[in-house]
Every structure is written in structure tokens, then in C-alpha cells.
Ligand binder design. Structure first.
Ligand code: IMP
Ligand code: MG
Length: 187
């Protein structure tokens, strides 16, 4: 672990996915996307803020052309408990969705509510195609019948932070994915 993350490292119980493993996982996903979207008109849609780091690394590894855009939604309150509601905080403002093959870039899929909502929303708004890529998947937590088209790694039902993922806006800049000590979110 890097020294400059000292303060936050102490709140992490266990490193679940190292920087090296993340790099390999993202490379593998990029290779799949490269092959599948060769003859398409790829628009990578970053779901802020948790997917920022994944998006940045993934787009650099693609060899096919793509455009990027961002949306921001909220499904969680301030902490680790889901509210079950999806609010659009930053919408797409584009007139060319009918020409775009959208790939939603998401940090983690949990209940599945965020991704299933976004897929329908973008389809209703006329996108040529809509698929999704989630770096992390907690299949045991699913509440709706939706699975991403690309998954980096399945993980157990634990609250994870780092590589873009936060708890109360902290830990996003950690370069690895780690399991947060439960005492951090249970007081
Ligand atoms: P879903 O709608 O329940 O699938 O929730 C997906 C969103 O919940 C993700 O984009 C994250 O923002 C958040 N989330 C779910 N699990 C975790 C976690 O373990 N750490 C941090 N954020 C999480
Ligand atoms: Mg998120």
C-alpha cells in the first residue's frame, strides 16, 4: 500500500483487489469491448462519481474510437444503505442518441436498480443500443432481474471502497479495492 494513503489505509480491513489485479481485469474488459464494438458507434457513458477511475483506465486501453459522456444518479443516501430510489442528478443532453451504441460504465452492481433503470431510460430516449459494463458485481444482493453485459469481477457481499468507490465521499482515491472495516459505517 502506498504511504500517502496512510490515513485511509487504516480504515480498510482487507485489500480485495490489488492495483495489478485491477489493471489485468480492466485490460481484459477493454479487449472484449474492442472486439464487440469494432463496427459500432461507441459512446461510453460514465456514471458519476464512482465510475470515474474505472472509466479513465478503461478508455485508455481501448483501441477503437469512442465518444464519452457522463450522467450522475443517486440511489444511495449518504452511507452504505440503499434507498431503492433512483434520481437523475445530471442528465444527458444530446440529440444524436439514435446513432449511438451506448455502453454504460458502472463501478459496481448491487441490487441492480441503477443499471436496469438507466438501460430502460436510455432505450426510451432512443439510443441505437444500450449495454452495460460493471467492474464489480455482488450477485448475492440482486433485487431486480438484470445482469451487466460485461463484469470485471464478482465479489462477496461486503462494503468496498477505493478505485472510485466511496463511503460518505471518502476513499475514492485509493488505488485498490478494499473491504471497509464495519466499525467505520456502524459507528
Ligand atoms: P444498485 O442500484 O443497488 O445496483 O447500486 C449500485 C450503486 O450502489 C453503485 O453505483 C454504487 O454507487 C453503490 N454501491 C453498491 N455497493 C457498494 C459498495 O460496496 N461500495 C460503494 N458503493 C456501493
Ligand atoms: Mg456508483
Amino acid at each position: 500500500m502506498k504511504e500517502h494513503h496512510d490515513v485511509w489505509d487504516r480504515d480498510v480491513e482487507q485489500v480485495l483487489i490489488s492495483e495489478t489485479q485491477l489493471d489485468e481485469t480492466v485490460s481484459r474488459m477493454a479487449a472484449q469491448i474492442d472486439a464487440d464494438y469494432k463496427d459500432k458507434n461507441l459512446l461510453l457513458l460514465c456514471i458519476l462519481k464512482g465510475s470515474l477511475v474505472f472509466m479513465g483506465d478503461l478508455m485508455k486501453k481501448l483501441s477503437i474510437p469512442c465518444e464519452i459522456d457522463c450522467m450522475k444518479v443517486s440511489s444511495y443516501g449518504n452511507g452504505s444503505v440503499t434507498s431503492g430510489r433512483i434520481n437523475i442528478l445530471l442528465d444527458l443532453h444530446r440529440q444524436d442518441l439514435s446513432e449511438k451504441d451506448i455502453l454504460i460504465i458502472e463501478d459496481i452492481i448491487d441490487s441492480g436498480r441503477t443499471l436496469s433503470y438507466l438501460v430502460s431510460y436510455l432505450q426510451i430516449n432512443g439510443a441505437r443500443s444500450v449495454r452495460s459494463a460493471a467492474l464489480l458485481d455482488k450477485p448475492s444482493r440482486r433485487e431486480v432481474d438484470y445482469n451487466p453485459d460485461y463484469v470485471g469481477q464478482e465479489i462477496p457481499d461486503a462494503f468496498v471502497v477505493g478505485y472510485g468507490l466511496d463511503y460518505a465521499e471518502k476513499y475514492r482515491s485509493l488505488p485498490y479495492v478494499g473491504i471497509l472495516k464495519p466499525e467505520i459505517y456502524t459507528e
